[in-house]
Design a protein around this ligand. Structure first.
Ligand code: NAP
Length: 513
């Protein structure tokens, strides 16, 4: 056994032989893992494996199949820049089209053949003696690689609500990311907990078949009207035949979504009036769609637009005009065998409990989803727990050599995750190519580069809505236990794109071991 500087002991799992099974081992086959595979193929590294815990690829778009699932960022931007899809059926395509797109990309770019399914990674340990990573699966199998890439996502560990009595409930219990399509909700009394981006899509899709629905809202979210625009065959042909037209549409939509989801938030003072105007549009949207003024008030958030992930819908609010739908804002006290009891003592009996309660995001150990022991034997989430989340350009951490993250702390600077995936895989590829040029097999970010980048982030973070705005009542998963928002890099998407191309390799130590 060895002991970390935190005083925690870990197993000494160093590989005995030093044999490298793969040059690169990627964990996760969602779009991040697929993007990493595409990049590795492109730079000529074919000796890699992608380990996937499930039996299929697609990450969040494999796991989420709940009724009403659509992407709330336009498909034209929510896709790889080098593989634009002219055939989205609508501006905001259904989840099934995203899953098909993931399959398409994995096939077309020869990534699927590198994926090993049903391989759940529990931990990776850096072996300093042999300069390799040993990755352990829940089966006990161990696989070695020179480089390790975490692409395990950040919306993958489902969060069930921590409510007393939840295990006692005798009816059907569902989490939105583990939808059971065999369960028929027709004629049922349903209690649904949560009003995030998922619930607002699910509720309108299921409500017509229910006997009654009680929506338990703890914190409302800001919701903009969503234009229901189908993309006609003629338009699809235009996108196919005139790629410039599609690129222009993508650029225009990206500018809009990046402004709403990122840029306006990181330059809060500059965009404050625009954000206040956006809030007014959202409030008008509620007043136009909900009849009862008391319900209108309950649906209006009491924090600044942007503190919490907003979304788009024109179908959620009208649901509260139905006789059989109730918006419950009294806090939940407990769950019983038969239903949900609120703190006013009222019990609502239900047949099915739906938990639209999201995911563990910055809860300790959720990012990445497996444990990573670096050069000094310290587990990465322990390191962050003490030192705050940080990573050089969202990708690398000192003492964790030959390790790259796709969604690392402060990596997201686009509304569409694909912008982040392309920047982060570019970062990885540039480092691997530099190592090849230098005949090196050891890459470690310099501590001074990492620290400088982090200080720069913290300085810029002071200007964001998360520091300057009124976020107290937002209960936002963007914030970690230190009060930081490590989800969003406080730079524009253009800046992040340029830096991912131009950052100096002098930020890294390279050597041959
Ligand atoms: P979420 O945003 O984390 O929302 C979870 C909801 O459950 C919140 O309303 C939360 O209330 C509530 N909740 C959690 N625990 C609770 C408890 N113990 N008691 C009462 N209420 C509780 O999760 P999500 O809606 O699944 O969305 C997660 C993310 O997925 C989104 O932010 C977005 O990034 C992504 N998403 C994307 C799309 C897309 O189309 N691209 C669609 C859906 C989701 P509080 O707010 O008070 O915590």
């Amino acid at each position: 056994m060895m002991t970390t500087p935190n005083g925690k002991s870990i197993e000494n799992n160093r590989s005995a032989t030093g044999k490298v099974d793969y040059e690169v081992l990627v964990v996760g086959s969602g779009f991040a893992g697929i993007g990493a595979g595409i990049k590795l193929n492109k730079i000529g590294i074919h000796n890699y494996v992608i380990l996937e815990k499930a039996g299929d690829l697609g990450g969040a778009w494999r796991d989420n199949t709940y009724p009403g699932l659509h992407v709330d960022i336009p498909g034209l931007t929510y896709s790889f820049s080098f593989e634009q899809n002219p055939y989205w059926s609508s501006l905001y395509p259904p989840g099934s089209e995203l899953k098909q797109y993931a399959d398409h990309c994995a096939e077309k770019y020869d990534v699927r053949s590198h994926i090993q399914f049903n391989k759940a990674v529990t931990k990776s340990v850096y072996d300093e003696e042999h300069n390799l990573w040993t990755t352990y699966l829940d089966s006990g199998e161990a696989i070695t690689s020179r480089y390790l890439v975490s692409a395990s996502g950040f919306l993958s560990i489902v969060k069930m609500p921590d409510i007393p009595g939840i295990d006692e409930f005798k009816g059907k219990k569902l989490h939105t990311a583990r939808w059971d399509h065999r369960h028929d909700l027709t004629g049922e009394r349903v209690g649904l907990i949560g009003t995030g981006a998922t619930a607002i899509q699910l509720v309108p899709a299921i409500v017509p078949k229910l006997k009654s629905l009680a929506v338990y809202q703890r914190t409302p979210i800001w919701l903009l009207p969503k234009p229901e625009v189908t993309i006609s065959e003629g338009m699809q042909k235009a996108f196919k035949n005139i790629p410039f037209f599609q690129r222009l549409s993508r650029l225009t939509l990206s500018m809009f979504t990046d402004l709403i989801f990122i840029h306006g938030l990181i330059r809060y003072k500059r965009f404050e009036r625009l954000l206040k105007w956006t809030e007014r549009q959202c409030i008008n949207h509620i007043r136009n769609q909900v009849n009862d003024p008391a319900i209108q008030e309950k649906l209006i958030p009491k924090y600044d637009f942007g503190c919490k992930r907003p979304s788009f819908t024109s179908k959620f609010y009208p649901v509260f005009n139905r006789e059989n739908v109730e918006l419950v804002t009294t806090p939940i006290a407990r769950i019983t065998e038969k239903g949900i009891v609120t703190t006013d003592g009222k019990e609502r009996e239900i047949d099915t409990l739906i938990c639209a309660t999201g995911f563990q995001v910055f809860e300790k150990g959720a990012l990445p989803t497996f444990r990573i022991y670096g050069k000094n034997g310290v587990e990465l989430s322990d390191f962050w727990d003490v030192n705050r989340y940080s990573a050089f350009m969202g990708a690398t951490v000192p003492n964790y050599p030959n390790f790259f993250m796709i969604f690392g702390p402060y990596s997201l600077s686009n509304a569409s995750y694909f912008g982040m995936i392309e920047n982060q895989t570019r970062h990885m590829a540039r480092c691997l190519q530099a190592a090849q040029r230098k005949n090196a097999n050891y890459i470690e970010v310099k501590k001074e580069s990492h620290d400088k980048d982090f200080q720069n982030i913290l300085r810029k973070a002071k200007k964001t809505i998360f520091a300057v705005g009124d976020c107290a009542a937002s209960n936002s998963y963007y914030f970690d236990s230190h009060g930081d928002n490590p989800a969003i890099r406080p730079v524009t998407s253009v800046e992040a794109w340029v830096r991912s191309h131009l950052f100096s390799m002098n930020n890294y130590n390279f050597s041959a071991k």
